[in-house]
Design a protein around this ligand. Structure first.
Ligand SMILES: [Zn+2]
Length: 605
């Protein structure tokens, strides 16, 4: 009876004012969040500087320093995740709750509370990364290749047996990863449960401001919209490869053989463009690489062109330190990580940099625009609390980078003095060539970026187990992409391990989201500026109205549900495949005409 009474009392008390215990907890929560903010401001820039040094001066010592920082940072993040999880049951403001959720879910592979398991997990993840990084295969004739060596064959060879051999060679590296990968998932699931999640799948997919299951369903809904466009492209590509290679190598029906697509994973087909599409006349083609060289535009000037794009839309210029501290040119006297990247080293002081070994060509001209998309995003949200300094969801950063590249149109090239109006008009006469080139990346990536995490969520939640690990991978690849191997791969293989993001535990859904959202952004902005014409010819260069929309969306960071940011820019709260269809409409029409007498699709029925 006494207990019952005190229970009632507590309930009554709770409903009108916090108990002293709760007041303490609320105070603890406020203290915790402000200490996170303070630490981020103080320690973040130092860790970033160490990381910058380790990527710009690859030496024994720099690697030692960053490894040490890495371990300490991991421990710190883990401690924060657990502390954040302790506040699960406390009533607090939506802003605080959002911060706690972000801190809690910051791990992709969280270590469990059990120390032995935690150190086993750390061993496994380090080993898997190293196995991929140092991956190499030697053939019986004694010749050995690493990924770069194999890729140079896959990307450019037109010899089917050489291609198959290179593809098989690289995929040998997955085999020994399989037991380690499964053990890692087992421990990671435990770690996620210890943080209050149902498991890894729940942890990975519940950060999209909706229940994990609804989010995964939603990604499928959008894919259903895009699929007819992909199917038409697939049909045409198969027919053209069949014309070139014959029935033995690329049959007229069924899935495409993965090793024949000019990319190790079949995730981009732009390397076989010349087999897929014959350009109408050579003279229509705008050769940006040639223009850069003829005008003797140097590496820094290429970056200035990209900065000018943003300034033309009303963005603030980049700080002086960006130009002083970035790496633009490959140093002659030391080894650096050349892979292009954008850095936000010290948000409070707006210390922004890119690191890139710029080559004077079209590809890098486009990449610079993409990287500056990240940089201007940082600059737009660097004034808000550090925990919120990120994209609205993990697809936003890449989507904004790519958004700008969609505006590198013939008219833009006229505006910046690269070509004449006449040349632009000529280029526009062959829209199919322009769109086909983009589609072989932009459309081809969509089902791949979706299936990869479909497979992973299946492994995480146990729907896929050791017995069908490899077959489920190929079933999904066939179902989504219409791609397969030309023979069956047994469970001895672990083909997912031959793609960096699997052993490296890098989430992939972000690329799917970016591949869809960038077209929604583009279409919404082109509508906003009352553009009338083909979407692929629309450029938002020089438009302040479009700039305002982008800046206000970027400035939100991840302080609000991503749907709010998305609505601010597009007027809608939902992902949709319609914009990508509108963008490629002229290509789709052309493909349908080409495919008229072909049997499309790849299922056996
Ligand atoms: Zn990027």
């Amino acid at each position: 009876m006494k207990n019952f009474l005190s229970l009632i009392l507590i309930i009554i008390v709770t409903s009108c004012a916090p108990t002293s215990e709760q007041t303490n907890e609320i105070q603890d929560l406020e203290d915790f969040l402000s200490s996170v903010e303070e630490e981020n401001k103080k320690e973040g820039p130092v860790i970033y500087s160490a990381s910058w040094i380790s990527s710009n001066f690859i030496t024994y010592d720099s690697q030692k320093v960053i490894a040490d920082y890495g371990t300490r940072y991991t421990l710190k993040s883990l401690e924060r995740s657990r502390q954040a999880a302790n506040f699960d049951d406390i009533k607090t403001s939506p802003e605080n709750r959002r911060m706690l959720d972000i801190l809690k879910s910051s791990f992709v592979m969280p270590p469990p509370l059990d120390n032995a398991l935690a150190s086993e997990l750390s061993q496994i993840t380090t080993n898997l990364e190293a196995m991929y990084g140092s991956g190499e295969y030697c053939f019986e004739d004694g010749s050995c290749y690493d990924l770069e060596g194999f890729e140079s064959i896959i990307d450019s060879s037109r010899n089917p047996s050489e291609l198959l051999r290179a593809w098989q060679g690289w995929h040998e590296i997955g085999k020994p990863m399989k037991p380690m990968y499964m053990r890692m998932v087992e421990i990671g699931n435990q770690g996620s449960i210890d943080l209050g999640y149902e498991g890894l799948s729940d942890l990975w997919f519940s950060k999209y401001d909706m229940p994990a299951e609804d989010f995964l369903d939603d990604t499928d809904r959008v894919w259903d919209e895009v699929k007819p466009l992909y199917d038409a492209l697939h049909c045409h590509v198969r027919a053209k490869l069949n014309e070139h290679y014959g029935d033995e190598i690329v049959p007229k029906s069924g899935p495409l053989p993965v090793h024949m697509l000019g990319n190790m994973w079949g995730q981009s087909w732009s390397n076989v463009y010349d087999l897929i599409y014959e350009e109408e006349t050579e003279s229509n083609y705008i050769d940006v690489t040639k223009i850069i060289n003829e005008k003797s535009i140097d590496e820094i000037e290429m970056v200035e062109y990209a900065e000018d794009f943003f300034i033309s839309m009303g963005f603030k210029p980049l700080p002086e330190t960006f130009w002083e501290r970035s790496l633009f040119i490959k140093p002659r006297d030391r080894s650096v990580v050349c892979h292009a990247s954008a850095w936000n080293l010290d948000p409070a002081n707006n210390d922004l940099r890119i690191k890139m070994c710029i080559e004077k060509n079209e590809e890098d001209f486009i990449t610079i625009h993409h990287e500056l998309g990240h940089i201007f995003y940082y600059q737009a949200y660097n004034h808000i609390p550090t925990v919120f300094q990120a994209g609205a969801n993990d697809g936003f950063h890449e989507a904004f980078g790519d958004l700008l590249t969609l505006s590198i149109t013939p008219d833009y090239l006229v505006d910046i003095g690269f070509i004449s109006k006449d040349e632009a008009e000529k280029a526009k006469q062959d829209p199919i060539g322009l769109l086909m080139k983009q589609a072989l990346d932009g459309i081809v990536i969509v089902p791949w970026a979706l299936m990869l995490d479909k497979w992973r969520s299946g492994v995480f939640n146990g729907e896929i187990d050791e017995k069908n690990l490899n077959s489920s991978w190929w079933n999904l690849r066939e179902e989504y992409q219409g791609i397969s191997t030309s023979y069956s791969r047994s469970e001895d293989y672990f083909d997912p391990g031959a793609k960096y993001h699997i052993p490296g535990n890098t989430p992939y859904t972000r690329y799917y989201l970016a591949s869809i959202m960038q077209y929604q952004f583009h279409e919404a902005l082109c509508n906003l500026i009352d553009y009338d014409g083909y979407l692929h010819e629309c450029s938002i260069y020089g438009n302040k109205e479009a700039g305002d929309k982008i800046i206000s969306t970027m400035a939100m960071g991840q302080s609000l549900p991503w749907q709010d940011a998305f609505e601010n820019l597009t007027g809608s709260r939902q992902l949709s495949g319609k914009s990508i269809l509108n963008y490629y409409a002229p290509l789709k029409e052309w493909l349908d005409e080409q495919n008229k007498n072909r049997i499309c699709g790849w299922s056996e029925k």
